[in-house]
Design a protein around this ligand. Sequence first.
Ligand SMILES: [Cu+2]
Length: 89
Amino acid sequence: MDLTGADAGVFFDAPPNPKCIRVRVNQVVTFTNILQGFHYPEQTCGPVPGIFSLNVAGTGSATPTMAGDYGYECGIHGASFAGTIRVVP
Ligand SMILES: [Cu+2]
């Protein structure tokens, strides 16, 4: 889903909704936990490591600083929460 020029929000579910998004460099992607329990997105791949950070609610955000494809999944529950962020210049 093209979220360039929009609020880039993902509902963190199994799977995330939307599962694959497109955003621009330096656009902040926020993750909202819609399930019970503690879930947070953890980066699995991408051109720059460490773009994800936790927020106080235990979900998180991502700020990609370089174009490319970034994968993530739930740091606790793994691949059932997997999704992709495609970052364009
Ligand atoms: Cu989880």
